[in-house]
Ligand binder design. Structure first.
Ligand SMILES: [Zn+2]
Length: 309
């Protein structure tokens, strides 16, 4: 496959992390990384189309002269794995092993994901060249890649989705969290499990990373992991006290409307507690906040014990 690189992809200015990690961004959509080791150029996620992935490859092309390309998918979501076709072996311009969890492989072969792609392609011409290309190397429970000068550890971190892995580089204490952490809020979709999400955040925190870069929200540090955990705990406590004080009717969280206002923990306050100005956060996170409330409330309604850090 040869495609025209998408000009909306930009390289993010390095603000103090090891220069062997290069970061690329589709504004308001995703940040992905390229790890340049002595042996490999490792593409961590492939963005949402081969064109976007091609823009990243173009930026690091000279480094591929004496290093082998490798691809990692943190998970199968569209913004992380829909550029995989650029690396398909042997058909593509830059054939490369694609490493991901077994569950990511399952998802990328599934009827559901194919149907979802077909639906999106009917409306979005930019996705015309997307094909679901599953990993060629599936790892059941993490793995270690020896890059020569740096080690790359894939750590299973389910929660956001069940198939998720994060990428840890111990030599430089840098964590590419994927969607296992996010600013301003961790994202809870239909496939999310909050207890597992929290477990993964704890596991990542135990690494004591110096730098944490998620796929959404920009460069941070260990504080991001802590704030994400606090957010879930805050939601849990707020929902429980609203139920106690106001005796909310069963299934209140399935209603339309602003659940944050309803429980007294509006979006603006939640964003401020995460250390940001609400005006600087896209509206996407309003619905994200609503979804997180719904997920935590369903868990409370099911009689689950209070969340802890
Ligand atoms: Zn994502």
């Amino acid at each position: 496959m040869s495609v025209t690189p998408d000009p909306t992809v930009v390289e993010i200015v390095n603000r103090g992390w090891d220069p062997r990690v290069r970061m690329f961004r589709v504004p308001n959509e995703i940040d992905t990384a390229v790890i340049v080791t002595d042996r490999y150029v490792v593409f961590v996620d492939t963005m949402s189309s081969p064109e976007q992935a091609a823009a990243v490859v173009e930026s690091v092309e000279p480094l591929l002269a004496d290093r082998a390309p490798l691809v990692i998918n943190t998970h199968a979501d569209w913004d992380h794995a829909w550029g995989n076709a650029l690396f398909e072996t042997p058909a593509s311009a830059l054939p490369a092993p694609i490493i991901a969890s077994r569950e990511t492989g399952k998802r990328l072969r599934s009827r559901e994901e194919h149907d979802y792609l077909a639906k999106r392609q009917q409306q979005e011409p930019a996705l015309a060249n997307v094909r679901l290309v599953p990993p060629t190397i599936e790892i059941p429970s993490g793995c270690t890649i020896d890059g020569g000068d740096m080690t790359i550890e894939l750590i299973p971190t389910p929660g956001h989705v069940g198939d998720h892995v994060s990428v840890w580089i111990p030599e430089i204490r840098l964590l590419l969290a994927g969607d296992a952490a996010e600013h301003p809020f961790p994202y809870c979709g239909e496939q999310s499990n909050i207890d597992v999400f929290l477990q993964s955040l704890r596991r990542l925190r135990e690494l004591r990373p110096a730098i944490v870069i998620p796929c959404h929200g920009g460069q941070s540090n260990e504080g991001l992991l802590i704030r994400n955990m606090q957010y879930f705990n805050r939601l849990d406590a707020t929902i429980r006290s609203a139920q106690l004080q106001r005796g909310l009717e069963p299934g209140w969280y399935d209603k339309e409307g602003d659940l944050g206002e309803f429980i007294g923990f509006p979006f603006e306050l939640a964003v401020r507690e995460q250390g940001s100005d609400p005006a600087s956060i896209t509206d996407f996170y309003r619905s994200s906040h609503n979804k997180a409330i719904r997920a935590v409330a369903a868990r409370v309604a099911a009689g689950e014990p209070p969340l802890t850090m």
